[in-house]
Design a protein around this ligand. Structure first.
Ligand SMILES: NC(=O)C1=CN([C@@H]2O[C@H](COP(=O)(O)OP(=O)(O)OC[C@H]3O[C@@H](n4cnc5c(N)ncnc54)[C@H](O)[C@@H]3O)[C@@H](O)[C@H]2O)C=CC1
Length: 526
């Protein structure tokens, strides 16, 4: 579930923003948040962008703007279950696609793209697949409902009221808005086309969705600033630069003014321009600050490739420079075979002294990246990694027990969490429920049982659907009590949803339940 974020007190089934992506969980804040917020910062000077006289017909097909999709796999059949999320959008045009077995890891890294403070007209976001990045940080309890909860209009700022009025107008025609937005973007700014994957069908609406999501929650400053800072940082790997933001803003207004024509006027346009300027300023500033302390991406060489089942591989890579992350987080990964297509995978181990990183990859039908990683990748191949993200991490300030549910390859981050607890030398109970459809699918049970043997505080139970005649979340109900435990869930979206429900039913409060974003899993078509 790529994207976004991790953890949540919400089961992801409530609320919503129509077809638009709506993060329901507060993205975790980082301890090193840049100073300045959308509120405190002077918005960039902007040039209101009106409708253009040339009104390129939005192609609904073709290279510039393939047909819209509301879910990532809907149109292409690319489930991208990879780990979840089809994050994705733009990759740097300048990236030299590393070829298989090429020594890219030792080749010079392209200079980081300079990200300058907000440019004049329209400073705003580019292609944000919701990918909050949470580098080294304390785990955040997940209690905030996040930006999805809009204040009622009675409490909303005048700009927020106007933004929502436009959103209400365009939501029923979301696909058309998306097609038109990208058509405008690529027709007016063909240089930006190369930042996006050649086949965008699965992912192309993520930029627009994230922008609209942010705009809709412009009043929710605390949550929004974190969200946007994460987006800004996460977009460095796509080659997004400050000067791209005005182009995106201009096309955003172009698409909105066309499809919200019934309610659109100068006042509404001014509200969108102000909002977009604020959004983009936060993203640009976050990217610029991040550039001073971390690369935009890492090259990593595959050092081992262990095919555990016909469709699951454990892939271990060596990054070209230190890669700081926390157990329970995930990263985005691009293969040399599908340039600019990024997928999310959790780290399957806690940080290791040798710096190696492992991922559990299941090849899913028509999953481009996952099939390449399972069936084509070999030691010596070079992949690219984005920054770490996610906040499904262990809170070492408490001694609560950990109740962990790992379904299928969702066991990967659970294993990392167990190792993390072990390394901290704590004696807190950790109870792992490892779910699989058949016993052949329990590809990592030996590792988990070895860990259990070494650590008396760890208990591992395998729940095999076929044998238990029930799925993982139901099995947990038979055990407990769990009132002294924090819960961690990782697996397919259906498992997360029913798992959250089951855990709430047995009395675990929402704020003690952590998982990666269900929206991302669903968006991934998992
Ligand atoms: N590879 C990685 O690093 C990570 C993968 N994931 C996600 O984990 C999933 C793994 O897929 P598979 O291995 O094919 O798992 P799977 O589809 O075989 O399911 C594993 C187990 O989860 C439970 N489950 C599945 N669907 C359920 C539902 N609707 N309700 C209740 N329980 C359900 C069942 O007990 C099942 O045996 C993918 O969606 C992936 O995106 C999540 C985190 C990390």
């Amino acid at each position: 579930m790529d994207a976004p974020t991790t953890t949540s007190a919400d089961n992801g089934t409530s609320g919503g923003g129509g077809d638009w992506f709506t993060p329901r969980n507060k993205p975790t804040s980082t301890p090193d948040n840049e100073p300045g917020t959308a509120e405190g910062r002077r918005p960039a000077v902007i040039r209101p962008v009106g409708r253009q006289t040339a009104d390129p017909e939005a192609p609904t097909d073709g290279a510039a703007a393939p047909p819209a999709s509301t879910t990532d796999s809907a149109n292409t059949g690319v489930p991208d279950q990879e780990r979840g999320s089809p994050e994705a959008i733009a990759g740097p045009a300048s990236m030299p696609p590393p070829t298989a077995s090429s020594p890219a890891a030792s080749s010079p890294r392209p200079a980081p793209t300079p990200v300058t403070p907000a440019p004049a007209p329209f400073a705003s976001a580019t292609a944000p697949p919701a990918e909050p990045r949470v580098p080294a940080q304390r785990p955040a309890p997940v209690s905030s409902p996040g930006p999805a909860r809009s204040a009622p209009d009675t409490e909303a700022s005048p700009d927020a009221v106007l933004i929502r009025r436009a959103m209400a107008e365009i939501t029923p025609v979301a696909d058309k808005v998306t097609s038109y937005f990208y058509a405008l973007l690529f027709v007016r700014h063909p240089d930006l086309r190369s930042l996006f994957p050649a086949a965008m069908d699965t992912q192309r609406d993520r930029l627009l969705r994230a922008l609209l999501t942010a705009a809709e929650h412009i009043d929710n400053t605390d949550v929004l600033v974190d969200y946007l800072q994460n987006l800004g940082r996460g977009h460095r790997k796509y080659g997004t630069r400050a000067e791209h933001y005005p182009a995106v803003g201009e096309c955003l207004i172009g698409a909105l003014s066309k499809y919200a024509a019934g309610v659109w006027d100068a006042e509404m346009e001014a509200a969108w321009v102000r909002t977009y300027t604020t959004i983009s300023q936060v993203m640009i500033d976050a990217a610029a600050a991040d550039e001073l302390r971390a690369p935009a991406w890492w090259y990593a060489e595959i050092v081992t490739h262990d095919l555990r089942t016909p469709d699951v591989a454990v892939v271990t890579v060596r990054p070209d420079q230190p890669y700081p992350f926390l157990a329970g987080q995930y990263t985005s990964l691009e293969t040399p075979w599908w340039p600019r297509i990024w997928r999310h995978y959790s780290f399957a181990s806690a940080p290791r002294s040798d710096g190696l990183l492992s991922f559990h990859v299941k090849a899913v039908p028509a999953g481009w990246v996952s099939n390449a990683l399972v069936h084509r990748a070999r030691p010596g191949d070079i992949v690219r990694l984005g920054p770490p993200a996610g906040s499904m991490t262990v809170d070492h300030t408490t001694d609560s027990g950990l109740l962990c549910l790992g379904g299928g390859t969702g066991i990967a981050p659970i294993k990392a969490l167990v190792e993390d607890v072990a390394e901290h030398g704590e004696r807190r109970p950790v109870e792992v429920f490892y779910g699989a459809r058949t016993d052949h699918d329990l590809y990592d049970i030996d590792t988990m049982l070895r860990l259990q043997q070494s650590h008396p505080w760890l208990s591992v139970r395998a729940i095999i659907d076929q044998q238990a005649h029930q799925q993982l979340p139901d099995a947990v109900r038979a055990f407990g009590p769990w009132n002294e435990y924090d819960a961690y869930l990782s697996g397919p979206p259906g498992m997360i949803r029913s798992g959250v429900d089951a855990l709430r039913d047995i009395g675990i409060p929402s704020e003690r339940i952590r998982h990666d974003s269900v929206e991302e899993l669903v968006a991934a078509g998992s």
